[in-house]
Design a protein around this ligand. Structure first.
Ligand code: ZN
Ligand code: ZN
Length: 315
């Protein structure tokens, strides 16, 4: 699983900082999460193929989380994209995008499929044979969701050495073994599946918790998540502003990570009031150990055997 940070700052523009957007690869599936202004330029900069983007998740309809969408859709049109584009976003986004396409008379030749979100309970919104995605209802100034991405458990792995000791097992039997079935020899002896296979890798999970006040209830939805992104717009010196603007502090993000028993916490959505971002890490570390700061171009990779995490800065 790998997560590329395309933008991680809150709304006010700066010379070298983009608003929220992330690119997630999980179990060979690829997702774009939020699409702040300039996301298509960031995708180019970090060499992410536009054709990899077929599913876009938008947390809420504040501009710093979706103003890049119409630009990206327009570029897809110029590039003669044919694949359907699925957009999972709060009700209202369809109207905004369709109006822009209509007034500019630039209807794309591909289909945009809108999955409009309005439920205030967690729900399954994407499900295939590799990954499932649930909403994480948040509390902000407008209707907002985070998203929980979970790998599905894979097939069992063949123990080739054990299989070789049983010459009756042929290649055509392998799929049954991967599916967990025992092997029955010609004379009726049952060889248990666990003697011929290994357990599949433990499935990984990633939770993206966008703009929100401190909301400890979400910990049950994202319990034991391997990697957690949680916004931390402020430090606790501005706790009051955090509460009135419905944002979180770094300490509160740390508390969520701890309560959810997450393995690692990524902080982001930093307010432009702060110049020393290390203070965010220090504050969160007073309650939770494994904290990293989001940074444009940072790639966070989680290995599902060792759970080792690697960081790469890709400038
Ligand atoms: Zn925001
Ligand atoms: Zn917001």
């Amino acid at each position: 699983m790998s997560l590329t940070i395309l933008g991680c700052h809150s709304a006010t523009p700066r010379t070298s900082a983009h608003p929220t957007s992330q690119y997630l690869e999980i179990n060979n599936k690829r997702f774009l999460i939020d699409c702040g202004e300039g996301t298509q330029v960031q995708l180019r900069k970090y060499k992410i193929k536009f054709s990899n983007i077929n599913h876009i998740f938008i947390s809420h309809l504040h501009g710093d989380h979706f103003f890049g969408l119409i630009g990206l859709i327009s570029t897809f049109g110029l590039l003669n994209r044919k694949n359907d584009l699925h957009i999972y976003a709060p009700t209202g986004l369809k109207e905004i995008i369709q109006l822009q396409l209509k007034t500019s008379n630039s209807w794309p030749q591909f289909d945009i499929i809108y999955h409009e979100l309005k439920n205030d309970q967690s729900e399954l919104i994407f499900d295939d044979n590799k990954v499932e995605v649930y909403t994480v209802p948040l509390t902000h100034r407008v209707y907002t969701n985070g998203f929980l991405f979970k790998e599905k458990i894979g097939e069992r792995k063949l123990n080739i050495n054990a299989i070789k000791e049983n010459p009756e097992i042929e290649i055509c039997d392998y799929q049954n073994l991967k599916n967990g079935k025992d092997f029955v020899t010609k004379n009726g002896t049952i060889i248990e599946n666990k003697e011929l296979t290994f357990d599949p890798n433990k499935p990984l999970s990633y939770a993206f918790c966008s703009d929100t006040v401190y909301k400890p209830e979400i910990a049950t939805i994202i319990k034991n998540v391997d990697l957690l992104y949680h916004e931390s717009t402020f430090l606790k010196d501005r706790q009051e502003i955090a509460a009135t603007t419905k944002h979180s502090t770094a300490e509160e993000a740390g508390k969520i990570a701890k309560k959810a028993n997450s393995k690692q916490l990524i902080l982001g959505h930093f307010s432009s009031r702060y110049t020393n971002l290390d203070l965010f890490k220090q504050e969160a570390e007073t309650v939770f150990d494994n904290v990293v700061l989001a940074k444009e171009g940072k790639i966070i990779t989680v290995d599902n055997k060792t759970f080792a995490t690697e960081l790469t800065i890709n400038q």
